[in-house]
Structure formats: structure tokens, C-alpha cells
Design a protein around this ligand. Structure first.
Ligand code: SF4
Ligand code: SF4
Length: 433
């Protein structure tokens, strides 16, 4: 990637000048703690952006690398007493970087295929997922990992091969109908966003989510024509494509007729709630997108809001919880998933140290910054192991994939579950008893 030597005209001073340089965010920033470099801290990055915006520093390759080194984990936002909206600053900066930099032809083609073709058309993503499933089920994956076949082609491919999520044996549309009526009294009409990777790699979590919702007085709509929420596109600078995805989903969900849209992946929920910020104001469908944002609820948040039905049967398990960055820092949801876990009789809940420290997944960070990502995963697992649990609960697609990789690397017996999977498990046991 090459760059021009010019400033960053579109980063708003209103956002940048909110930072009073107090440094409270520094100890919470994984890239600062790893490097001890001021420029790799939230405060340092804000200073760099301001300097480049003002034309005092060059828009250089070093600047681009520093901006991309940030995990966008938003831990700095939780720590910041001045309310600096850091993720807005870094997202806007990255958008400008993508606009101003001339990526190689190969990188541009890959980006276009991924964003416009794969993540914009769920049926295409499902086709690719089916091929990966054949590769995984046929034993080819085992052979590759055992004999390091990917390593023959590239070191990066060798590192990344074990990161691929296990593809579900059935996808969400094969498990759930388009409409599931509430069991008993119907009090809420909810749409359910089944996600992109979530749909093909965590279809069982989607199934559990719908089952829990119908047992909590919800009529559940699972439109077949829904698409990826658009966060992948917005975070990759493809704002127009993100807008299209949002508009398509307001229509697919018939947003005026629903009380809520339920999301079980933290990254998607965080994006949908904040999507009106993503330069949507000029879009003709802005009022509908605003409505989609205001009706979006994370599943744990929603279940607590409606005082979910507490299970009566017990699960005798030792459970710990990993806070997904986009749930705890992005959506400020800390207690709701814990309330679900601790409402299940028999569960011994153990807090792990640094539960809200990023696991290193961070979108595609484990692909673009593999070494740093794995260093963070090591730190996470050292903390998980002190909890001595049988189950790690996590409520985000990327975190669950990253944690599953950690489990395989450490040859651990730990199981990774979503909070609703635990709740659904307890409900099922109750019905059997
Ligand atoms: S988003 Fe995370 S990695 Fe980036 S500056 Fe904030 S705390 Fe550091
Ligand atoms: S805590 Fe907030 S105000 Fe203080 S240095 Fe960090 S970003 Fe700036």
C-alpha cells in the first residue's frame, strides 16, 4: 500500500479536541500495554491524527500502520472520563486511509470479492461455507494441520489455517422457519438477525436464541432475505455498501411492524445501534435506519429487560465469562449476560481476571496482525485458566472463533458457549424432568 503526503481533512476537530490528554485510558489499552509506546496508546493516536489533520505530520506509511495496529476494542472509551468517542475517530481515520491509499490491484480485487460478493450475498457465503465443511469433514483439514501442507505455500497460511471456524452441519435457515410463534401468550414481535459467519458457523447458537425467545413470549420473525448487518463493510471503509445492507434489512425485517430486532453477536449489535453515525444522514432511508438502530437489542440485554423466565432445573457446571469488547465497551452491557448465567440453578460462576481484556480477535485483526493477536490470546488463556472452569461463555462470533483456536492450541477440555445456549440447555432439562 502506498500513501500520499497530505492531511486528513475529514476528521472532525469536535471529536479530536474532546481528548484532554489525561492518560486515564493508557493502562486499559492492549497495544500500549504491549509496547509501552505513547504513539500506540489512544491518547497518542489522537495526537497523531490531529497532527496529520493539521498538516503538521505527513500522512505516512508509519501513520497508517499505527492506525491499523489499534484493535478498535474500545476499552479506552470505557476508561475515558471525557467521553471521547474513540471508535468514531479511528473508524473515520481508517475510512480516509482506505480512500487516500492506493492498495495493490490484488488487494483491491480481494477486498471487492469479500465485501461486494461474499458478505453482501449470504447464499454465496453459504456456498463457500459448504466447501469448507467438506474440507473439514473429509479429513483434509486434519491432514493439513498434521503435515503442515499450508506451510508449504506460505508461513501466513500455516498460521491462519487452524483459525478457520468449524462450519455448522446445518445452517440457520435449515434449523429455523421464517416465523416461530410464541409459546403461550404473545407479548413481543421480534425480528432475529442471524448474521453472516454466525449463520454458517454458529447455527446452533441461532437455534438456541430463537427457542429461548419463543419461550419468553416472543413471536419471532427470521426473514430469509435478511443480509449481513454491514459492519464488515463499514469497518472496511465500504460505507455505501454498508448503507445498502442496512436499507435491505429495514425492508427484510419490515421494521415498522416489529417491537425489537434481536442480535446475538456483540459486533453486529454494536454496529446496528450506532449505524446512524455512519454517515447515514444523507440517505433517503435514514428514518428507517434510525428506527432499526433504536429497536436493536442484544439478546442478553433484551431478556433482562423483559425479566426472562428463570429455569428451575440445575446445571452443575463451573462457568466463567469473557466480556466481548463490543458488548462491554461498545454497548456498555456488562451485567446482563452474567445475570443469565447466574440465574441457572447449580452453576458455579467464577469471574476470571481481566474478563474485559480483548482476546485479540478484533474483526480481522487475527489475520492482519497475527502475532499481536496471539499474544493477547495467550494472556486471555492465562486468565481463563486461573478460573478453573469447564465452560467459557462468550457472546460474540469473533471471540468464540478466537477462543476455540486457543482451546485447540492448549489442548484444553474447555467448552465455549453463548449465554443463550446455557439458558436453552437449562430450559430443555426442565421440560424433560
Ligand atoms: S481501541 Fe483498544 S487498542 Fe485501540 S486505542 Fe483504544 S484501547 Fe487501545
Ligand atoms: S482518557 Fe480520554 S481524555 Fe484522557 S487521554 Fe485518554 S482519550 Fe484522552
Amino acid at each position: 500500500m502506498t500513501s500520499e503526503n497530505s492531511n486528513l481533512p475529514t476528521i472532525s476537530d469536535d471529536l479530536l479536541l474532546q481528548c484532554m490528554h489525561c492518560g486515564m485510558c493508557l493502562p486499559t489499552c492492549p497495544t500500549y500495554v504491549l509496547t509501552k509506546r505513547e504513539r500506540s496508546s489512544p491518547r497518542g493516536r489522537i495526537r497523531l491524527i490531529k497532527s496529520v489533520s493539521d498538516g503538521k505530520l505527513a500522512f505516512s506509511q508509519e501513520f497508517i500502520e499505527e492506525m491499523n495496529f489499534c484493535l478498535d476494542c474500545r476499552a479506552c472509551e470505557t476508561a475515558c472520563p471525557a467521553g471521547v468517542h474513540y471508535s468514531r475517530i479511528i473508524d473515520e481515520t481508517r475510512r480516509v486511509i482506505i480512500e487516500k491509499s492506493q492498495a495493490s490491484l490484488k488487494a483491491r480485487i480481494i477486498r471487492k470479492i469479500m465485501l461486494n460478493s461474499l458478505f453482501a450475498r449470504q447464499n454465496r457465503l453459504q456456498t463457500v461455507a459448504k466447501l469448507i465443511r467438506i474440507y473439514q469433514k473429509s479429513g483434509l483439514e486434519l491432514l493439513n494441520l498434521k503435515f503442515n501442507i499450508a506451510g508449504i505455500f506460505s508461513r501466513k497460511l500455516k498460521m491462519l489455517s487452524p483459525l478457520a471456524p468449524q462450519i455448522s452441519s446445518k445452517f440457520t435457515y435449515q434449523l429455523l422457519p421464517e416465523f416461530l410463534p410464541a409459546h403461550g401468550e404473545s407479548k413481543y414481535k421480534v425480528g432475529f438477525l442471524t448474521g453472516c459467519i454466525q449463520d454458517v458457523a454458529f447455527a446452533d447458537v441461532n437455534y438456541a436464541t430463537a427457542q429461548v425467545l419463543v419461550r419468553n413470549n416472543c413471536d419471532v420473525y427470521v426473514p430469509r432475505n435478511q443480509v449481513c448487518c454491514g459492519s464488515v463493510h463499514a469497518h472496511s471503509g465500504a460505507v455505501e455498501q454498508a448503507q445498502q445492507q442496512l436499507v435491505q434489512n429495514t425492508a427484510a425485517f419490515n421494521i415498522d411492524n416489529l417491537d425489537f430486532v434481536i442480535v446475538n453477536a456483540a459486533g453486529c449489535g454494536s454496529f446496528l445501534k450506532e449505524c446512524t453515525d455512519v454517515e447515514m444522514k444523507g440517505n433517503g432511508e435514514y428514518p428507517k435506519i434510525k428506527k432499526l438502530a433504536s429497536k436493536t437489542r442484544d439478546i442478553s440485554e433484551f431478556l433482562n429487560e423483559i425479566n426472562f423466565r428463570k429455569p428451575k432445573s440445575s446445571l452443575n457446571l463451573k462457568v466463567t465469562y469473557h466480556d466481548a469488547c463490543h458488548l462491554v465497551h461498545g454497548q456498555k452491557i456488562r451485567n446482563s449476560p452474567r445475570s443469565i448465567i447466574t440465574a441457572i440453578p447449580g452453576i458455579k460462576f467464577i469471574e476470571m481476571p481481566e474478563s474485559d481484556w480483548c482476546c485479540g480477535s478484533a474483526g480481522v485483526y487475527n489475520i492482519t496482525h497475527t502475532a499481536t493477536s496471539f499474544a493477547l490470546l495467550d494472556r486471555k488463556f492465562d486468565n481463563i485458566e486461573t478460573a478453573d472452569a469447564e465452560i467459557i461463555v462468550s457472546a460474540n462470533t469473533g471471540c468464540s472463533i478466537q477462543l476455540a483456536y486457543g482451546v485447540r492450541q492448549r489442548k484444553s477440555a474447555l467448552k465455549i458457549m453463548h449465554p443463550v445456549e446455557l439458558l436453552w440447555w437449562a430450559y430443555q432439562k426442565e421440560n424433560i424432568a
